[in-house]
Design a protein around this ligand. Structure first.
Ligand SMILES: NC(=O)c1ccc[n+]([C@@H]2O[C@H](COP(=O)([O-])OP(=O)(O)OC[C@H]3O[C@@H](n4cnc5c(N)ncnc54)[C@H](O)[C@@H]3O)[C@@H](O)[C@H]2O)c1
Length: 316
């Protein structure tokens, strides 16, 4: 049985699948050629990350397809309900990348409070001639320790992010309309662990009381953070979006950066992905990554083996 991993798959996943007799093809087939490729090569399982779209028309035109697998969490690039209606298995690996995304959030936060995103742009240009001037420009940083992190969406990644925050001495608040109470357990290297209990606060109070805000909600129809929310934030707040582009209003963000309400933003995801707006890309107070939250060796290994285990159980 042939599997097309169109957006790639970790070697751990390929090994596990090949050991069970599957053939794994890792060619990236262009979206418009997918239908032909799948039918001509008798592909039974199509594995994607976030790039390849699996819409109704593709599902309808590939009758031999038995399974669609998403290496990662969000399945907004797949018509999941329709595929299931048609009898296909649709699987994902929801837990595999949470810690990697949480660490990337902190890369943006630690970078943001010390202006690393901007310093890294200007040191190569002027570091040898204007060192003292740059030193002055990037002085006045702040510590994260002791500050309040507001987590919007307290699912797997929200909780993983809270753990890192607690570990460096931050206060953590969260808002999640579907999780009234939650506890997170932080495990240390030597087997000790500490458990923290939380209660969801109102969105308004999390937004008004946080020094830094991080978004961990699924894709949705309306902005979770827009003009009104920015206006209600503390002056000089830092905000990170490593969830989905459409949950944060980028026009309102630019305005909030321009008027000083937001000191910096860290963005891993973009409204107009994969062609983010130039105003966002060029802004000196935005720390940028190209949707790499789950792109660590560890997360991809876990995704690969988790996909392989599920595929073996469903198709063998
Ligand atoms: N940057 C990346 O590479 C990357 C990688 C993995 C996942 N993600 C994204 O991260 C997000 C979170 O993933 P997860 O695994 O934590 O999902 P999850 O389902 O475990 O948690 C999402 C939480 O958001 C809550 N929620 C829904 N709507 C909300 C709202 N309007 N306000 C507040 N909370 C709300 C839900 O109740 C849920 O608890 C998803 O959008 C996912 O696509 C990004």
């Amino acid at each position: 049985m042939k599997i097309l991993a169109n957006d790639g798959i970790a070697q751990s996943g390929i090994d596990a699948l090949e050991k069970s007799g599957f053939e794994v093809i890792t060619t990236t087939v262009a979206q418009e050629q997918l239908q032909n490729y799948i039918n001509e090569n008798q592909i039974v399982a199509l594995l994607v990350r976030s790039a390849t779209k699996v819409r109704k028309d593709l599902i309808d035109s590939c009758p031999g397809l038995k399974l669609i697998g998403r290496g990662g969490v969000g399945m907004d690039n797949i018509d999941v309900a329709y595929a299931r209606e048609k009898g296909l298995h649709v699987i994902n690996t929801p837990a595999a990348s949470s810690e990697s995304v949480a660490e990337l959030v902190f890369a943006h936060l630690f970078g943001g409070v010390r202006f690393l995103h901007d310093s890294n742009r200007n040191m190569p240009l002027d570091g040898d001639s204007k060192f003292k001037q740059l030193k002055k420009t990037y002085a006045g940083g702040t510590e994260l320790r002791g500050k309040t992190l507001g987590v919007i969406g307290f699912g797997r990644i929200g909780r993983a992010t809270a753990k890192v925050a607690l570990g460096i001495g931050m206060k953590v608040l969260y808002f999640d309309p579907f999780i009234e109470k939650s506890s997170v357990e932080i495990s240390f290297f030597d087997g000790q662990s500490v458990s923290f209990d939380f209660e969801s606060q109102s969105k308004a109070s999390v937004i008004a009381s946080s020094d830094f805000i991080t978004l961990h909600v699924p894709a949705q129809k309306e902005y979770v953070i827009g003009k009104n929310e920015f206006e209600a934030m503390k002056e000089g707040v830092g905000i990170v979006n490593a969830a989905r582009g459409g949950v944060l209003d980028e026009v309102a963000l630019i305005e909030a950066l321009e008027n000083g309400k937001v000191a910096f933003a860290g963005l891993d995801v973009f409204e107009s992905e994969p062609s983010p707006e130039i105003k966002i890309l060029m802004h000196p107070n935005i720390s940028l990554t190209p949707h790499i939250g789950a792109a660590t060796g560890e997360a991809q290994d876990r995704i690969g083996t988790e996909l392989a285990t599920q595929i073996k159980a469903l198709l063998k």
